[in-house]
Design a protein around this ligand. Structure first.
Ligand SMILES: [Zn+2]
Length: 270
């Protein structure tokens, strides 16, 4: 686990430098770089889809799966580049398409597919985060759940129900958003502490539940922890089984996945 931790911390440090030196770098470039770099790890499968206009309902940036011999854990991720200005952050997060508010679509589509709805924030970070190991001083990517943003403690979705004037006034400063987040490296560096008690996917799941306990409040079924699956869906199994991703993968699964990319972290040999 440790080499991966160092690899991801270093990658996040590159994002940090990029964001500091080029304040206008776009979130798509940052996401492409992040996912491409993670996909260079030997046990990761990555597929970025072509842009498609039609049928894309939720616009999630990627589905992120972690698979071991016992379970599969699935996340649905939306990435946002945070700004200095809190009102601008609110506008970014309150993004609306003709299908509705993006954050609510992320939550609804995630629950429907039994996935955990997550945000990745790009921010050259030196702010307080939840991680007890105090990571994240020089990282450029942070994670939190859509539940923490929409409901408690940020309660952004209350503002979405407000009138035009309330929405105009609404502000989310980066410090508040980072305070409910953890640096990306935390996902690869922190759960290992207790890994021996769990399988790799459940260690990750317990780590997520420890830092974002709100995920238990929004599961559909009390016996079914949101995001955990007995086995991965068919399209993830196809990625895991293939040395080279087959040509028909996109036409078969892009519509079902309904995200711009899919990333699979294969821990079956661990
Ligand atoms: Zn941590």
């Amino acid at each position: 686990m440790m080499p991966v931790c160092r690899y991801v911390a270093r990658l996040s440090y590159h994002l940090y430098q990029w964001e500091l030196q080029q304040p206008n770098v776009g979130e798509e470039s940052l996401t492409d770089f992040l996912l491409w770099q993670i996909s260079q790890l030997p046990f990761v499968k990555y597929r970025k889809f072509s842009k498609r206009e039609e049928g894309q309902q939720t616009g999630a940036d990627w589905e992120w799966w972690f698979v071991d011999r016992y379970h599969a854990l699935g996340l649905r991720v939306q990435a946002k580049r945070l700004r200095q200005n809190g009102k601008e952050n609110f506008r970014l997060l309150a993004h609306k398409t003709r299908h509705g508010y993006q954050i609510e679509m992320l939550i609804n589509s995630s629950k429907k597919k039994n996935l955990l709805p997550f945000y990745v924030f790009y921010w050259p970070g030196t702010m307080k985060v939840r991680c007890r190991l105090n990571r994240g001083r020089e990282e450029g990517a942070f994670l939190t759940t859509a539940f923490d943003i929409c409901y408690s403690p940020v309660r952004m979705c209350d503002f979405l129900r407000g009138n035009a004037r309330q929405k105009e006034q609404a502000s989310l400063n980066s410090g508040d958003l980072l305070s409910i987040s953890n640096p990306l490296s935390c996902l690869f560096c922190c759960p290992a502490v207790e890994a021996r008690l769990y399988t790799p996917t459940t260690a990750l799941f317990e780590f997520i539940r420890m830092y974002w306990p709100i995920i238990d409040d929004y599961r559909e079924n009390p016996d079914q922890p949101l995001g955990l699956h007995e086995r991965p869906p068919r399209y993830i199994q196809v990625l895991l089984d293939s040395e080279r991703i087959p040509d028909w993968f996109d036409s078969e699964y892009q519509r079902i996945i309904d995200a711009k990319a899919v990333l699979v972290y294969d821990m079956r040999e661990w």
